[in-house]
Structure formats: structure tokens, C-alpha cells
Design a protein around this ligand. Structure first.
Ligand code: PLP
Length: 491
């Protein structure tokens, strides 16, 4: 393939160069871009390559929101810095991947030391001191006998490991898995089978031994367990992120634990997004005084700098599944599971989390954020329907304004994009970035919710900046916000 021959997509503005500027030719082989070439790409150049080689459809959405104009040059702490050195306050936080903020100095130093000492990465043939120490640390952070660890590189991989260990421990006569409405557990085929999204399921052929129940409805769980003795596993996010920051009462989790014990069902808690201190406890389930049989972490476990994920299982569950030597390699490490520098990064991440009291900060400053948002809700009841969450995992749900919008604006919005119709969050998120240099996250299943998952280093001063910006956007009123959005799309 030669990049020189790629045709631009139809909606690319033709200021774009035919091919990216390349470093001097190498003697042979394909024409490749160098790291310097990549750093030097301008916005139209990036757009061209993104659309041609990555995801043209995704570009369409980025353009709709105005995010396609930004080239991030660096990031530090709570901020991204763009091509004009504009400082963008990060209340998105990579959907919970940036507990320590961007480029935490202790993480950079740990990684640099590891590189300078020429430590090894791949240790499949040998025992790894780094993987062993990280597994020890994760067991130390986990309550009860959640002691056995599998290391991987993504939340999906950790959740695959979680489902598999639970399924084997439950045994062949209990092959069915319960999952919740509006769940998100990943996009690999196994996790997709318990991810409740017709969009992501995309008519793939999935695992069929699943049972779907409403989230936070204990009677539904009880009925399922009672009516189907083949159920062996239940998988739940402790806080549903993609569902729009939805949690359940303490009694739900306590009763769930009791029902699982009574029916011999294993409970898998997906803490990929809500874990690692985000809600004000290391695991969100710790708010309820209960312990699942298996759990999973990812995202911030990589310190905001690398891909790291872990499945953590109760010792007896793990031993049942893989304890005998003949079973040990059924789900043994993948090529990059427990890779050296990533383990060292995660070891340091856990230290920073505790030594900088970030979990406590998530609890207290998160409560401050929620209180400020509730004040805004009182000020703008026709726009903000609900404020919810815990710590730094917060959802703001807007009223569905599609019916209240003046008739003349409705078709315009509909024309722009079906997916944004009726949703204030897209318009508000776009304006927060454009006019106030603030980044927030949207929500897969509930387009009326913006998700706020700032790094756990977030201080009151950052909350105040965010609230001021949000207030200023809301003050403009629905009609001005929507008109402005429509104008931005046609100009
Ligand atoms: C709750 C939950 N589980 C699993 C995943 C999958 O993680 P990954 O995207 O790293 O595969 C995510 C990702 O957003 C998630 O939020």
C-alpha cells in the first residue's frame, strides 16, 4: 500500500496535501512516516489519514462536535494543550483512565528508570519480578480473599478472563451468565455477549448462554436464579458508566451477595471504569460492605501512560478453574500480559494513589462537584433533569428538549444528525470545548447524559472553573445553544 495513492474522502477540504510530508527516503521498502513526521502532521493532514486509514465514520461525529479542529501537542496534570497552546481542562479523563492526571511525574520517572536500567519487558520464559509484585499489590488492595490475579492489556481482556474463570469454577452444569440491561463490558465477542447494546452487538453471532435482567432490580435476579438452575454466573458493573452513571442501593448489593451464596452463583463485579478509587473507595463495591467472587480493573491501572488490566479472583474460585497443573495454561498469560514496564507503571500508580490520598480526594472534591452541580440544577430546572454519582464518577442528565424546542429549529437539528436529535449534551459539550476550553464526555446509551470523570488529582479550583463554564453555557438558554450549534455546522 502506498499512501501517495490514497484518494481523499468527499468531504475533505482540499487544502489537504496529497500525501503527508515524509522524511527523506530510506533506501528500500515502503515509504514510511517517521515519528517526527507524525508529530509534525497538521490538522488537515491528520484528518486525511484518520479518514483514509482509521475510521471515516468516527470523523463525521468528531466534526459534528467541532473536536476535529484540535491537535493535542502535550498534556500535563488536569490539562491538554493544543496546537495554539490552548489549555483544555480535562473533565472527560479518558472515561476513567486518568486517575493520576496526564503524565504524572512519578510515573514518568518510574518508566524512565526502567528504560535507563535496560530492564526486560517480555518474560514469558521466566518468572517476572514485576508481574509478581504487581499481583501482590493488587491482592493487598483487594478485600477478603480476592487474591489471585491475571494480567492483561485492556478492560475487555480482563473481563473475558473474569467470565472464563467464573464459568469454569461454576462448572459445566451451570453454563448460563446473567447480565444487566444497559451494561457495557467490552467489545470482544465474549464481553459483547453480555454488553446490552444493539449498536455494538452489530448482528454478530454471540455467545448464547446469557440471561438479561433489569439493573438494580433484585427481584428480577431472584426470579432468574430460582427459575433457571443452569445459571452459574452474574456479571454487573458496580456503577454503570455507558448506561449513564447508574448505581444501585446498598440493599441491592447486600441481597445480591446473599442470593448468590444461596444459589451457588458466582458474582463478577466489573470495576474497569468505576474502580481504582474513582468513587471514593478503591472498589465501588466497598461502599456496600460486600465482596464479589471475581472483579476486574483496567483504565487507570496503567497510570495514564500504558495499557494494563487485571482480573482478580477469590483464591478458591481461581483454584477450581485453573488450580491443577493440567489446567494452569487454559487461560495462561497472553503475550503482553504482565509486560515489564507496564507492571512497574501500575506498581507506581498504586503507590501514588495512596500516598497522594487521591481516593480521599475523589470522595471529598467529588462531593463538592456534585453539590455545585445540584446548585446549577436548581438554577436551570428546565435544562438539568438529574445530577447523580459518587466521587469523580458523575452524570448530568439533561431534559429531553426535542419536544420543547421551537418548531422551526426541530427539522434543522434532525437534519444535522439523527443521533444528536433531542440531545443537549452534544451541543453543550461542543460549546464547552469551543468557548470555555473544557472537555466533557458523552454517554453511549443515554445521549442526554454527560459524564464527568476528571482525574482524581482534581482540586476545588478546577471544579470552580468547570462550573463557571457550564453555568455560562446554560445561561444562554436552549434556543441560543441549539441555534449556535446549527450555525456552526453550516458556516
Ligand atoms: C465497565 C467497563 N467494562 C469494560 C470495558 C472495556 O474496556 P476496554 O475498552 O479497555 O477494552 C469498559 C470500557 O469502557 C468499561 O467501561
Amino acid at each position: 500500500m502506498n499512501m501517495m495513492t490514497t484518494e481523499p474522502q468527499s468531504d475533505v477540504q482540499r487544502t489537504v496535501v496529497d500525501a503527508p510530508a515524509l522524511s527523506p527516503d530510506v533506501a528500500s521498502g515502503p515509504k514510511l512516516m517517521s515519528v517526527s513526521d507524525a508529530k509534525a502532521l497538521d490538522v488537515p493532514g491528520m484528518a486525511e489519514l484518520f479518514k483514509t486509514h482509521l475510521n471515516p465514520g468516527q470523523y463525521h461525529f468528531m466534526k459534528l462536535l467541532g473536536f476535529h479542529k484540535v491537535k493535542i501537542e502535550r498534556a500535563e496534570g488536569m490539562y491538554y494543550f493544543d496546537q495554539d497552546d490552548r489549555k483544555i481542562l480535562d473533565f472527560f479523563g479518558g472515561f476513567g483512565s486518568l486517575a493520576l492526571g496526564h503524565n504524572h511525574p512519578r510515573i514518568l520517572q518510574a518508566r524512565k528508570n526502567f528504560q535507563d536500567e535496560k530492564r526486560h519487558e517480555i518474560a514469558m520464559a521466566f518468572l517476572s519480578q514485576y508481574a509478581s509484585a504487581l499481583a501482590y499489590n493488587l491482592a493487598a488492595c483487594s478485600p477478603g480473599d480476592l487474591d489471585m490475579v491475571f494480567l492483561g492489556s485492556s478492560g475487555s481482556e480482563a473481563m473475558e478472563a473474569a467470565i472464563k474463570v467464573a464459568e469454569r469454577a461454576a462448572g459445566p452444569k451451570r453454563p448460563k451468565i446473567v447480565y444487566a440491561e444497559n451494561s457495557f463490558h467490552g467489545k470482544t465477542k465474549g464481553t459483547l455477549s453480555i454488553t446490552d447494546s444493539p449498536l455494538y452487538r452489530g448482528e454478530f453471532r454471540l455467545v448464547d448462554n446469557t440471561v438479561r435482567v433489569p439493573f438494580a432490580d433484585i427481584e428480577a435476579v431472584e426470579n432468574a436464579f430460582k427459575s433457571d438452575p443452569e445459571i452459574g454466573v452474574i456479571v454487573l458493573e458496580t456503577v454503570q458508566g455507558g448506561g449513564g452513571i447508574i448505581s444501585a442501593q446498598a440493599e441491592y448489593w447486600q441481597e445480591l451477595r446473599r442470593l448468590c451464596d444461596a444459589h451457588g452463583v458466582l458474582w463478577v463485579a466489573d470495576e474497569v471504569q468505576c474502580g481504582l478509587g474513582r468513587t471514593g473507595k478503591f472498589y465501588a463495591f466497598e461502599h456496600y460492605g460486600v465482596i464479589p467472587d471475581v472483579t476486574a480493573l483496567a483504565k487507570s491501572l496503567g497510570g495514564g501512560k500504558c495499557a494494563m488490566a487485571a482480573m482478580i479472583a477469590k483464591r478458591d474460585v481461581y483454584m477450581k478453574a485453573y488450580g491443577a497443573p493440567k489446567n494452569a495454561m487454559i487461560h495462561g498469560p497472553a503475550t503482553f500480559g504482565g509486560i515489564g514496564e507496564a507492571c512497574v507503571t501500575s506498581i507506581e500508580t498504586l503507590h501514588v494513589l495512596y500516598e497522594e490520598h487521591l481516593i480521599e480526594n475523589a470522595e471529598s472534591t467529588g462531593a463538592y462537584l456534585i453539590a455545585q452541580l445540584e446548585t446549577l440544577q436548581k438554577k436551570f430546572p428546565s435544562m438539568i433533569k438529574d445530577v447523580r454519582g459518587k466521587g469523580f464518577m458523575v452524570g448530568v442528565e439533561f431534559q429531553d428538549f426535542s419536544k420543547t424546542l421551537p418548531m422551526v429549529l426541530r427539522p434543522m437539528v434532525g437534519l444535522l444528525d439523527d443521533k444528536l436529535k433531542g440531545s443537549l449534551s452534544g451541543f453543550i459539550g461542543a460549546q464547552l470545548l469551543r468557548d470555555h476550553d473544557v472537555l466533557v464526555a458523552f454517554t453511549e446509551y443515554n445521549r442526554n447524559v454527560i459524564r464527568l470523570e476528571p482525574p482524581l488529582i482534581c482540586q476545588k479550583v478546577h471544579v470552580d472553573t468547570f462550573i463557571e463554564a457550564f453555568d455560562a453555557v446554560l445561561l444562554r438558554g436552549i434556543v441560543a445553544i441549539v441555534k449556535d450549534f446549527v450555525k456552526s455546522q453550516v458556516s
